[in-house]
Ligand binder design. Structure first.
Ligand SMILES: CC(C)(COP(=O)(O)OP(=O)(O)OC[C@H]1O[C@@H](n2cnc3c(N)ncnc32)[C@H](O)[C@@H]1OP(=O)(O)O)[C@@H](O)C(=O)NCCC(=O)NCCS
Length: 141
């Protein structure tokens, strides 16, 4: 059962500008340690990597539209990459923590579990993220 959807687009050049103006202060405020570690491995792709994650955090916030969105912070949504499957590239995985995780848990019908989906895309100068917050009956539900 779908609970909420969120979508966002982000201008990679805007992130580039913010990074050069505020550097690690911006990076640390918005992105988790795991996101920053992975971004640093991406070389020239670092800015697009972070822009997609910036869009993802906005998309998560939007997925809670109409609910209590107070207390949600940038670090409460983390997008890393799952281990590679049969494809060469690693699919993104979204993990929620803090207020985001708490509010999603409150949203679930009793006995149901969260089922979180994310899709990222970029085509310079734009980065985009789409998030689906869903619920599925739990093992014991
Ligand atoms: C609400 C927010 C995501 C909007 O992002 P934005 O880049 O300024 O705006 P966009 O152009 O992408 O989207 C605008 C649309 O977002 C929607 N929107 C506005 N407020 C919203 C809200 N509280 N929840 C969900 N959607 C919202 C509206 O439909 C709006 O378009 P409209 O006014 O024409 O109807 C942003 O202002 C914000 O608060 N970001 C913080 C995100 C955050 O803290 N994330 C941390 C972890 S989740």
């Amino acid at each position: 059962m779908i609970l909420g959807i969120g979508h966002d687009i982000c201008d990679i050049r805007r992130i580039e500008k913010t990074l050069s103006r505020h550097g690690s202060r911006f990076e640390k405020r918005v992105f988790t340690a795991a996101e920053r570690r992975e971004a640093d491995k991406r070389g020239a792709g670092k800015t697009a990597y972070l822009a997609k994650r910036f869009a993802a955090k906005e998309a998560v916030f939007k997925a809670f539209a109409g609910r209590d969105q107070s207390g949600m912070r940038w670090h409460h949504a983390e997008v890393t990459n799952a281990p590679k499957g049969s494809l060469q590239r690693s699919p993104p995985q979204l993990r929620l923590g803090g207020a985001c995780a708490e509010k999603l848990a409150e949203w679930l019908p009793p006995g149901w579990e969260a089922d979180i989906h994310i899709s990222l895309s970029d085509e310079f100068p734009l980065a985009s993220a789409f998030v689906v917050l869903a619920a599925r009956p739990g093992q014991t539900g």
